[in-house]
Design a protein around this ligand. Structure first.
Ligand SMILES: Cc1ncc(C[n+]2csc(CCOP(=O)(O)OP(=O)(O)O)c2C)c(N)n1
Ligand code: SF4
Ligand SMILES: [Mg+2]
Length: 250
């Protein structure tokens, strides 16, 4: 990112100030675009309300399509190693408490290889904001079943159907005593922006599962909630987050 030469005026940030000049390499139609757009839209309000300059924000990711996110934010960021983003973010947050540290992970990155790291970051109540992009599939590696794939899911790595019961990421976060838990869906931009703003203000470990369609390897995975015919009756809006505790954050 570019560090401004002028003193920061927190009132003047705009969405474009948070867009990097990297080409976005997700497939056309991928739900990741909406999550990125909502984050870039809400960042000016976050910086203004919390009076933090852009250069005090860091996005730390693991590996996966979702984990390309830091390239596209004009903030500091680190595309790290598979499953270890919460660990690296823990070190950053503890050593530089003035930073606002976001973790970007996927259902494979955060709940397969990285599940252990995720749970411990949550139970330690580290001051990080974890966004888990849940498309119920490994997208980057071309469509293997993940820990959130449904029972019986047929993929190239489970040709007879997955035999495993899926993890409910929110249950895992609550059991790990995360102090802020929420679920959003990439297609509801207003609700997602609202949650991101609330998360930004939270001190301690926040966990947000974002349902994200992978239109190439697991299309329509969330039609049961997102389809217009059922959306209204299956969405709980504006009372979506749970503060599960008041433990001190480290
Ligand atoms: C140590 C290691 N093991 C396996 C891989 C292969 N790999 C890359 S991304 C990925 C899973 C990504 O899935 P997810 O976190 O759901 O991200 P998505 O692509 O769906 O956003 C795997 C298994 C790797 N890069 N490194
Ligand atoms: S493979 Fe799926 S998750 Fe990855 S960029 Fe393409 S649509 Fe998005
Ligand atoms: Mg995935």
């Amino acid at each position: 990112m570019t560090i401004p030469e002028q003193p920061v005026n927190f009132e003047n940030y705009q969405r474009k100030d948070f867009s990097s000049d990297s080409d976005v390499r997700w497939c056309p139609g991928c739900g990741d675009y909406s999550i990125l757009a909502q984050m870039q839209r809400v960042m000016p309000a976050i910086c203004k309300e919390l009076q933090i300059p852009r250069e005090n924000i860091a996005f730390i990711s693991g590996i996966g399509c979702s984990s390309r996110f830091p390239y596209y934010m004009n903030t500091y960021g680190f595309h790290t190693i598979h499953g270890r983003a919460p660990t690296i973010a823990t070190g950053l947050s503890l050593s530089r408490p003035e930073l606002q540290v976001w973790v970007i992970t996927g259902d494979g990155d955060g709940l397969s290889i990285g599940a252990n790291h995720l749970i411990h970051a949550l139970r330690r109540n580290i001051n990080i904001k974890i966004l888990l992009f849940n498309n119920r599939i490994y997208g980057l590696t071309k469509g293997q079943y993940s820990p959130t794939s449904e029972l019986g899911k047929k993929t190239k790595s489970s040709p007879m159907g997955s035999m495993e019961t899926p993890i409910n990421p929110l249950n895992m976060a609550i059991v790990s005593e995360a102090t802020f838990v929420a679920r959003a869906i990439a297609t509801d931009s207003r609700q997602l922006q609202d949650i991101l703003l609330r998360v930004a203000k939270h001190k301690g470990a926040a966990f947000i599962e974002i349902l994200q369609n992978c239109n190439v390897f697991n299309d329509c995975a969330f039609d049961g909630y997102a389809d217009k015919s059922v959306r209204a009756e299956r969405t709980v809006s504006r009372s979506f987050s749970v503060r599960t505790g008041t433990r001190p954050s480290v």
